[in-house]
Design a protein around this ligand. Structure first.
Ligand SMILES: Cc1ncc(COP(=O)(O)O)c(C=O)c1O
Length: 392
């Protein structure tokens, strides 16, 4: 970069300060490096944030989703409803439980699971619905719960699992995502609202789920380290995993929690500024940040061309990159049309048209707290120039 060049605008950048470094150093100076008091404190503080009785640290959001399905007894022969437009983690965990994902197309306005199509996906074998809040905008939880309850007439009990990987700071009808379904699953991957380097959290109000998940994330021990009457002596009560978080990760997560309010205000100011700038660009439609009862957690700002149009999305993303602007794509292929899922569950021709349209056209613009309103003006200018280039 020359002395006069402007710095790049990355799509995401974790903000790690002295507090995070000191917290990790304090853990490393002690003798408990995993599943100890710092994890317990992170769980306590996170449960208070979301408003659930329990929060359980995990190694990732993926493992929190996996533990949720396991705790709900999802197994071979069961079906789980999954949005076509999501991160693959939401579907892979269903496969890992040997159940069958039943994919549902997207809502054309929000990109969330289409609640109209959801009803037709439910069968007597449905065990759960994965409610993934697309780039932070909560899905229509009332309609999803109504669809689950309607199926109750057949004697089935259908649980709703919230995939909140990008939904910290969001709300639905005044409620907090993660406290609405049977479980909520959060991600602390570095690009997310707060990070623990890697890591996840499972929230729930159900005492039994919390108890079972705590056992399952640690090998299926009947007693964790601090519960053993005789040190080193335990029994195994389930085919468990090692899905735990380390103390150093929890220390980073706790320090980040202290900064969350500031991070969220900056996201909102950035989002508002970028939306104002985007209104000046005819070729661009911003997906809603509020819709019905849903208020977005503002993970990023997704744009598409007007509904009847198409644009050369990949060329635009390259055009932004040439101007130092890091855009992303959420998500590049509808999950049922990825090679693995297409081969295993061949879809009909033209299946998932709305998800496909998003996958072909959507661009995710950065609004994270590593950026300010000046950066938002640069993003809009860069986008205008990139669109101009695609016309030449
Ligand atoms: C919607 C969604 N669910 C799950 C995940 C997986 O999260 P993790 O990397 O913490 O496992 C992601 C990752 O970006 C995601 O976007």
């Amino acid at each position: 970069m020359s002395a006069t060049a402007k710095p790049d605008i990355p799509f995401a950048r974790p903000l790690i300060g002295q507090a995070e470094k000191d917290a990790v150093a304090a853990v490393l100076s002690g003798h408990i490096l995993t599943h100890g008091p710092v994890c317990a404190e992170f769980e306590r503080r996170f449960a208070a944030l979301i408003g659930t009785r329990h929060a359980v640290t995990t190694s990732s959001c993926t493992t929190a989703l996996h533990l949720s399905l396991w705790a709900l007894g999802v197994d071979e022969g069961d079906e789980v409803v999954v949005p076509a437009m999501t991160h693959v983690a939401t579907a892979h965990v269903v496969e890992h439980c040997r159940a069958t994902p039943i994919f549902v197309d997207s809502d054309a306005t929000t990109g969330n699971i289409s609640v109209e199509r959801l009803a037709t996906a439910i069968t007597p074998r449905t065990k759960a619905i994965m409610a993934m809040h697309y780039v932070g905008l909560p899905c229509e939880m009332d309609a999803i719960h109504a669809a689950a309850a309607a199926a109750g007439g057949t004697g089935a009990t259908i649980a709703v699992i919230e995939d909140c990987a990008t939904a910290i700071g969001a709300s639905y009808d005044g409620k907090t995502p993660g406290a609405i379904g049977s479980t909520g699953c959060f991600s602390f991957y570095p690009a997310k609202h707060i990070t623990a380097m890697e890591g996840g959290m499972l929230t729930t109000n159900d005492d039994d789920i919390a108890w079972r998940v705590r056992k399952q994330r640690a090998f299926g021990y009947d007693r964790n380290l601090n519960e053993r009457a005789t040190p080193g002596v335990y029994d195994i009560v389930a085919l468990g995993h090692n899905f735990r978080m380390s103390e150093a990760q929890a220390a980073v997560g706790l320090a980040q929690l202290d900064r969350l309010d500031g991070f969220l205000s900056r996201r909102r100011a950035n989002s508002d500024a970028l939306r104002r700038h985007l209104q000046e660009i005819d070729e661009v439609l911003a997906l809603p940040q509020d819709h019905g009862k849903s208020r977005s957690g503002l993970y990023c700002l997704n744009i598409v061309p007007p509904r009847t149009a198409q644009w050369d999305r990949n060329r635009l993303v390259h055009g932004l990159a040439e101007r130092g602007i890091g855009a992303s794509v959420h998500y590049p292929v509808p999950i049922p049309l990825t090679t693995y899922y297409r081969d295993k569950y061949p879809p009909g021709a033209g299946a998932f048209p709305v998800a496909q349209w998003f996958a072909d056209n959507v661009i995710s613009l950065p609004i994270g707290p590593h950026l300010d309103e000046g950066d938002m003006a640069r993003i809009a200018d860069g986008l205008k120039a990139a669109i101009r280039d695609t016309k030449s």
